[in-house]
Design a protein around this ligand. Structure first.
Ligand code: ZN
Length: 130
């Protein structure tokens, strides 16, 4: 089963002191990662099959999807922990913020406050990128 995890992070602004925040992520078991990777491969190869019927475009789309399928599936399988979002308080405008993260994101990450648009940096307490 996948499990959700909450970690303490630091939200830093350019002009003011850092604020405490929380990082929500989901960790996947190897069987789930395999299932997720299988789905990616199936979709890519299905696209290869569909594009095989498009004249001219099939010359590059079919090989592209055939090659991209296993590559994307492998990357999906390698992703043990997927970042969900960061919660906390903006150090610049003191409002509660809720930043949706990309699954491929890694900390430290530069982003913007959804409220005041000032640049923010999300990082772990020890400053490492894990
Ligand atoms: Zn703000």
């Amino acid at each position: 089963m996948s499990e959700s995890k909450t970690e303490a992070i630091v939200i830093k602004g350019n002009e003011s002191a850092a604020c405490a925040g929380e990082l929500l992520s989901t960790r996947f078991e190897s069987s789930e990662r395999l299932a997720r990777a299988g789905k990616v491969l199936a979709v890519a190869w299905l696209l290869a099959l569909i594009t095989a019927f498009i004249p001219i475009a099939h010359f590059f789309l079919v090989p592209l999807f055939l090659i991209a399928g296993p590559v994307m599936a492998f990357m999906k399988y390698k992703a043990e922990t997927v970042l969900e979002k960061a919660l906390g308080t903006c150090p610049e405008c003191s409002k509660a913020i809720d930043i949706i993260l990309d699954p491929a994101d890694k900390l430290p990450k530069r982003t913007y406050c959804p409220d005041c648009n000032k640049p923010l940096q999300l990082m772990y307490h020890d400053g490492s990128s894990k």
